[in-house]
Ligand binder design. Sequence first.
Ligand SMILES: *[C@@H]1O[C@H](CO)[C@@H](O)[C@H](O)[C@H]1NC(C)=O
Ligand SMILES: *[C@@H]1O[C@H](CO)[C@@H](O)[C@H](O)[C@H]1NC(C)=O
Ligand SMILES: CC(=O)N[C@H]1CO[C@H](CO)[C@@H](O)[C@@H]1O
Length: 167
Amino acid sequence: MSTMFLAFVLTWLNIFLFWLSSTVTVASISPRDCLQNSTIASLIDCLNDFTVGPNYYNASSYAAAQPDLTQVDDWMALITSMLDSDTSDCSSITVPASLVSIYAVTLFPDSSSNNTFCVLSEKTSFIDGSNSYYTKGWGVIVVPSSRKKVSHMIHLSAPHPLYDIDE
Ligand SMILES: *[C@@H]1O[C@H](CO)[C@@H](O)[C@H](O)[C@H]1NC(C)=O
Ligand SMILES: *[C@@H]1O[C@H](CO)[C@@H](O)[C@H](O)[C@H]1NC(C)=O
Ligand SMILES: CC(=O)N[C@H]1CO[C@H](CO)[C@@H](O)[C@@H]1O
């Protein structure tokens, strides 16, 4: 079985419009708790619940959720270092100072494939009502921990200029 390269860009400079709260499942846990899941699929399912839905933002809260220019540059450097990861424990990946209070890279053993992955995920969230949402919502990136395990380069991404939903 070949290990595929997985890149989940779930949320990126996004948002607006209609808040369909009745169709969105959300969690009151922290996104850090999701990393206790045992499979990539359940991890992503858990993280999706923190998606900030349509019609949440007003102009000022939308502006507050945007990365500054340093964070944009550091994000690109961080993603590049993830793609170059060639260790068994993600130790070659360093989260830049401008992002370290918001994002973490975690070694994730996937029991469904017996492979290990490096997961870049947001660690900050806020509670609104009985639910928790990402503070920033810039996305989740998952790569095999070692690029030696990559036999096919497949880049999956989902541009979504308006907003995200969690289905
Ligand atoms: C915008 O939304 C934030 C967060 O919900 C809220 O605290 C703030 O009062 C809102 N600002 C305006 C101008 O409505
Ligand atoms: C993962 O390892 C376990 C224990 O060795 C084995 O039972 C299982 O079949 C393996 N799963 C895959 C997808 O290789
Ligand atoms: C499918 C699964 O096990 N999901 C779990 C992922 O982790 C969160 C946080 O611990 C649990 O609430 C989910 O049940």
